[in-house]
Write a protein that binds this ligand. Structure first.
Ligand code: ADP
Ligand code: MN
Ligand code: MN
Ligand code: MN
Ligand code: MN
Length: 359
């Protein structure tokens, strides 16, 4: 569709007492987002000014047709980068008719842990990798008809030039949009595989990291849609001979950041080792896909074998050289797949390292 034609309508003034709110939620797939719009009388400045809403849960894989009145509970409001202020994006949690969280609503779990451990002031930094696909489902800028990029992947990480990267306009538009919406957006880089990229969210306090990550995924879907491009978070989108797609989780607590925190970091890593298999079950919506990604190649540790190391990119957990030197800081969990739910991963990190929340 011609964006120039749309522009005529976007210039139409609308009444001063009407704004558009886009309600966003995670659907039954656990990775795709849905949204729908409603008119509100004014811009909600805080989340409690955005009303609850509902939708047909059976059409999004979240409820049965006979009992499909699924509820949307607003949890965070952002400025809408597509329509601009006073219009908003409203990130929501989904609840079933019986009042229980929907199958893919893991925010309650994560938030309870963040609140329970608030005195430890947990911070998260998330590195979201992804692949841009053309409408035909093949890598953006890759040779048509199933061919692979002519250049070796060694040149694409932080690469420059059409020979090595594709889709920079999308990266740029996404970065500007996330900053406009006041997400804790930190940066971007081109990744090892041609047409794959990364952005980072953080370091954010508690559940905000995962909230902002999900909202940044929504914004990415919309920006890519404008360009006729699909975004894939699949952990191993092209096959075993090609790089995988992850979402490293960087994590710290007050104790880790304070002097001598390195000792506590090491204690946490021991606990993560004990719970390795449990974490692996929850680190992707497609655990088999993540098993393919964690092959021991392409800067990954083997799926079944927990490891850690300083500055080691083929370990499950990496500790920065500077953290070892200063004796405090954070660690990086490299196991989560690109399609993980950061509510689940952040929640599990808190639960394993600091203990479960009551109830
Ligand atoms: P790399 O690609 O080398 O792993 P990035 O710069 O992409 O590194 O990501 C590093 C991440 O670590 C960022 O998201 C940043 O916010 C996060 N981070 C830095 N310090 C902390 C900390 N103290 N606690 C949690 N996360 C942190
Ligand atoms: Mn209807
Ligand atoms: Mn990174
Ligand atoms: Mn990366
Ligand atoms: Mn990393």
């Amino acid at each position: 569709m011609d964006k120039k034609v749309l522009d005529r309508y976007l210039r139409l003034p609308i009444p001063f007492n009407k704004i558009l709110a886009t309600y966003i939620w995670i659907d039954g797939s656990g990775i795709n987002l849905r949204s729908k719009d409603r008119v509100l009388p004014c811009m909600p400045l805080a989340v409690d000014q955005a009303p609850f809403w509902g939708f047909d849960g059976s059409s999004t894989g979240l409820a049965r047709t006979e009992n499909s009145d699924t509820k949307l509970k607003p949890v965070r409001v952002y400025k809408d980068p597509f329509r601009c202020e006073p219009h908003v994006l409203v990130l929501c949690e989904v609840f079933l008719p019986d009042g229980k969280p929907a199958l893919t609503n893991h925010r309650s779990y994560c938030n309870a842990l963040c609140e329970h451990h608030a005195q430890e002031d947990p911070w998260f930094g998330l590195e979201q990798e992804y692949t841009m696909l053309d409408v035909d489902g093949w890598g953006l800028g890759w040779p048509k008809g199933g061919g692979f990029p002519a250049v070796k992947y060694d040149f694409s990480y932080c690469g420059v030039g059409a020979k090595y990267i594709a889709g920079r306009d999308i990266v740029e538009a996404h970065a500007r949009s996330c900053l406009y919406s006041e997400l804790d957006f930190e940066g971007t880089n081109a990744e090892v595989m041609h047409a794959s990229w990364e952005w980072q969210i953080g370091a954010s306090q508690g559940v905000k990291a995962a909230d902002d990550l999900w909202t940044s995924r929504y914004i990415m879907a919309r920006v890519a849609e404008d360009h006729g491009v699909q975004i894939s978070y699949h952990p191993k989108p092209i096959g075993m001979q090609h790089p995988g797609i992850g979402m490293h989780h960087n994590f710290s607590t007050k104790t880790m950041r304070d002097d001598g925190g390195y000792k506590f970091i090491q204690e946490c890593i021991k606990k993560l080792e004990t719970n390795h298999q449990k974490h692996m079950e929850y680190y992707s919506v497609d655990p088999e896909g993540n098993r393919m990604r964690l092959s021991g190649r392409f800067e990954t540790a083997h799926h079944d074998c927990f490891s850690y190391g300083v500055a080691n990119r083929s370990a499950s957990i990496r500790i920065q050289r500077s953290v070892e030197k200063e004796g405090k800081g954070y660690f990086e969990d490299r196991r989560p797949a690109g399609d993980c739910d950061p509510y689940v991963v952040c929640g599990l990190l808190l639960e394993t390292c600091l203990g479960s929340a009551p109830g």
